[in-house]
Design a protein around this ligand. Structure first.
Ligand code: NDP
Length: 354
């Protein structure tokens, strides 16, 4: 359906988030205009400052509660495309609905607003997750866009609050993505936009959001700091560092994928896994220890773990991986390597004095 191309105007929800702020930056760098949404005025300050050189090509508006009916009605007016990234990503929910309601209602809400008031909208990109695809299994599996994570839905249905926190998060992403497709399939004959869903694996890489401490970076970026930048990896055992890890993508490559997803006609109506490859914490730790000169971190040094015990070691098992052929075919995303991402991320910590 598109071509969406610069200088089109793009709405980015949750613009202050770890991923979204890179999406905003990439859009602006490519010549798009951007309207970001945040939950409160104080969260707009850093965005306005960071992107001040773009003048009126960058605006930030407040959408206080994305779960309210009509929350995005004003935000969608006059935009050519939408990148919906706002959704809770944490592992602290007690009631699964703490995650599910904003994930589902926020997603359906922005699509409803696009139907009502988004006459100029040509494409909507929703940031889902590999969490909506994968399934825990004791044997190695390769997942594709044909897979749906029903396991987390069963877990949350059976156990409710007692379900593992990761299952609650995965359920929020699965239900939100299912709701997005159901909504679009119901309305597609009568609307002027199509839907693309991106399913990224774990996202790492340097942050440009307003974090004053690593805990404010966002869940995945904070995990990276905890395990890769602390001399004792916050108490994680060598076995943990060598065995824990799945698949990943650099936040800047994911931002690029968000922009390309607006521009490629063939991305319309597709869910697309974006993932650079496999990781174990030990892989990032090994990469960190080859940086020359070594980064000067406030933590005093880097962890060592058990060098070489990660991916590639004969005893290392990866229980899941993704078929990324569709992303290669449609988006042509180029992925940074573990070495590049690690170097840039540690340089970011050093620059922040962490
Ligand atoms: P962040 O926590 O950094 O950003 C999340 C954004 O969503 C923030 O703007 C946040 O606003 C907003 N948000 C969270 N909860 C709510 C809510 N209840 N109501 C309104 N807005 C809310 O996370 P990421 O940037 O890492 O994640 C962005 C998206 O990418 C999410 O949809 C996540 O599921 C998905 N994703 C992330 C991956 C990762 O490894 N980081 C992997 C795969 C998918 P506020 O700052 O005000 O809380």
């Amino acid at each position: 359906m598109p071509a969406v191309q610069p200088p089109c105007k793009v709405l980015v929800s949750g613009a202050n988030g770890y991923i979204a702020i890179w999406v905003v930056r990439t859009l602006l760098e490519k010549g798009y205009s951007v309207r970001g949404t945040v939950r409160s005025e104080d969260k707009a300050v850093h965005l306005r400052q960071l992107f001040s050189s773009y003048g009126d090509k960058h605006e930030v508006i407040v959408v206080e509660d994305i779960t309210k009916e009509g929350a995005f009605d004003e935000a969608v007016k006059g935009v050519d495309a939408i990148e919906h990234t706002a959704s809770p990503f944490h592992m602290n929910a007690d009631d699964p609905n703490e995650l599910i309601i904003p994930a589902v209602n926020g997603t359906v809400g922005i699509l409803k607003s696009a139907v009502k008031y988004g006459q100029s909208v040509k494409r909507v990109v929703v940031t889902s997750s590999a969490a909506a695809i994968l399934r825990d299994s004791p044997t190695p599996s390769v997942f594709s866009e044909l897979d749906w994570n029903e396991q987390c839905l069963e877990s949350v249905k059976e156990k409710g609050r007692e379900a593992p926190n990761v299952m609650k998060y995965r359920a929020s992403k699965t239900l939100a993505e299912k709701a997005a497709w159901e909504f679009w399939n119901t309305h597609k004959a009568s609307i002027g936009w199509d839907l693309t869903v991106l399913n990224p694996s774990y996202v790492f890489g340097p942050a440009i959001n307003a974090a004053t401490a690593p805990s404010g970076l966002g869940t995945s970026a904070n995990m990276f700091y905890n395990y890769v930048a602390h001399p004792n990896s916050n108490g994680a055992t060598n076995e943990f560092l060598a065995s824990v890890g799945t698949a990943w993508i650099d936040v800047r490559d994911l931002a690029e994928a968000h922009v390309i997803s607006l521009e490629k006609e063939a991305a319309g109506g597709e869910r697309i896994i974006v993932s650079a490859g496999l990781w174990k914490w030990q892989d990032f730790i090994d990469a960190a220890n080859t940086i020359s000169p070594p980064p000067k971190l406030a933590t005093g040094g880097l962890p060592k773990g058990n060098p070489g015990a990660g991916t590639g070691h004969p005893s290392t098992v990866h229980l899941l991986n993704y078929d990324t052929a569709k992303a290669a075919r449609i988006l042509g995303v180029k992925y940074r390597t573990i070495a590049e991402t690690t170097k840039d991320t540690l340089a970011d910590y050093e620059a922040r004095g962490w």
